[in-house]
Ligand binder design. Sequence first.
Ligand SMILES: CC(C)(COP(=O)(O)OP(=O)(O)OC[C@H]1O[C@@H](n2cnc3c(N)ncnc32)[C@H](O)[C@@H]1OP(=O)(O)O)[C@@H](O)C(=O)NCCC(=O)NCCS
Length: 415
Amino acid sequence: MASRGFFNAFADVWLLDGVRTPMVDYCGALGHISPTDLGIKAARAALERAGVPGEHIGSVITGNMAPGDFDQFFLPRHIGLYAGVPVEVPAIMAQRICGTGFELFRQAGEQIQGGACEAALVVGTESMTRNPIAAFDHRTGFKLGAPVGFKDYMWEALKDPAAGINMIQTAENLAKKYGITREAVDEFASASFAKAVAAQESGFLAGEIVPVVSEKFELEGYKARGIRLQGKVTEVATDTHPRTSPVEVLAKLKPVFDGGVQTGGNSSALVDAAAACVVSSGTYAKAQGKKALARVVAAAAVGVPPEIMGIGPAPAIRLLLDRTGLRLDDIARIEVNEAQGAQTLAVARELGMDLARLNVNGGAIALGHPLAATGVRLTLTLARELQRSGARYGISSACVGGGQGMALLIENTQA
Ligand SMILES: CC(C)(COP(=O)(O)OP(=O)(O)OC[C@H]1O[C@@H](n2cnc3c(N)ncnc32)[C@H](O)[C@@H]1OP(=O)(O)O)[C@@H](O)C(=O)NCCC(=O)NCCS
């Protein structure tokens, strides 16, 4: 596949620090919280962790896919304001479905490099639970006996009408194209669960999580809002989906589509979460005496055929490598979002990737995939993993429904 697409290189853009909420299975303990409030929570915690006062932020760049409340139009603005960013600072919503989180970094990089701001707050947030049950054609009225059009937005949104198929079916197409068996997908999924459980047990994942508690978000002169946990829950501090999942157990699960390789056990889990990072210029970091987690080196976005959307990370990563002059061997750690097991394996096979460098702390099969938060979460985990392992280069990437791929190259400059 040719390396065509969209590429940005950044000379002096830095990921200072970041944090995320736990990723909680949908309809669980975060299910009643709007994506705006999850985003405010993560944004406040990211600023605190980075030691950057809200007044220093010059741009708020947020991402969210599913409307999770009636105030969704205001989501970027409210995240900025209630996180303590000054009223004069603008906020925007970006959407590239599962590539949204990377796009937030790309826009931050462009803005900082172009001199629009010194520091940006990037926040990806998603409540899969609060995907609405929606209808679009009722305002003009019902005809007697006409079908009522309410549908599950999440289930419908996972279908691409251009190709006439569901996202899981795009992975089935890749399984056929690359000769990937159910056994191989289950084996990959089982390993993802094992790596995530190990990363949980070692405390590595806890290091990037801010526990969610009941709290008020005050904003002087405006209505307070906040999070109130339900029932007897007082704190939500851990990811809920990882569990030991032997291949034999996964092998017994029914495929989503008859004869297919994808099941509920080897596809990305549906979870609610938000992740936020502070990105700045080197000049700002130096002036403030900040030690960054990683340098944001380059971003790439590409298009691929909609019916094999899951292959997107392969040409996006190729484009990054072509344009930066690096080889895949130079990349010590790679995150490919595990939208579906067959999809991730197809990307690995297409690139001839060493699986030992891939998703070393588990992926979305085990941890979950909160669409617009995913790219921020993956990049944060990757930056921390580079620090932990003392490795230099890392790439985080995801496929994107409709047929795109996006990838971000980061560098641990202390390596
Ligand atoms: C695959 C998918 C349809 C499954 O949805 P679901 O049927 O609600 O999934 P569940 O979590 O209920 O899992 C199905 C079954 O597998 C079981 N299961 C899931 N993971 C398991 C594990 N690790 N170990 C054991 N059992 C497991 C569940 O307990 C459930 O069993 P049950 O039917 O007896 O209750 C859904 O997760 C999905 O669409 N994921 C992909 C999302 C996506 O494509 N995102 C965008 C990418 S572009």
